[in-house]
Design a protein around this ligand. Structure first.
Ligand SMILES: CC(=O)Nc1ccn([C@H]2C[C@H](O)[C@@H](CO)O2)c(=O)n1
Length: 113
């Protein structure tokens, strides 16, 4: 039996403009935050104030070892590689077993009326 897929995800507030603009297309999380299901729509909130930012669709969830994080991942994260690895070490200290969650921004329609 599979668990119910989460419908919300949080990001540090300073990263949310990158998500909402479509520049950030992956996030790297630990096992506890890896249960997103490809094809599902997920609401994005800021971690600090729990403000809704946008919606994303999950494209894939794949294992990724900390030591394998490289420039490709930094590019998808829209962060410098050293900054990305430092951030991940702060959030998930001493965790080698991580997961890459790929996603796409759900564009919202702006009414012309
Ligand atoms: C609870 C919570 O919001 N945790 C996280 C964990 C990671 N991030 C960011 C930091 C990096 O850009 C990537 C890779 O972990 O995801 C985050 O915003 N919030």
């Amino acid at each position: 039996m599979s668990a119910i897929a989460p419908t919300k995800i949080t990001f540090f507030e300073f990263l949310t403009p990158l998500v909402a603009s479509g520049q950030k297309t992956i996030t790297i999380r630990d096992f506890s935050e890896s249960h997103y299901q490809p094809g599902t729509q997920v609401e994005v909130y800021t971690l600090e104030s729990h403000t809704k930012v946008c919606d994303i669709v999950i494209l894939a969830v794949e294992p990724l070892a900390f030591d394998d994080i490289n420039e490709f991942h930094a590019d998808q994260e829209s962060l410098p590689l050293d900054e990305l690895k430092h951030l991940i070490q702060q959030v998930y200290p001493d965790q080698q077993r991580l997961f890459m969650i790929s996603f796409a921004l759900v564009e919202t329609q702006v009414s012309s009326n």
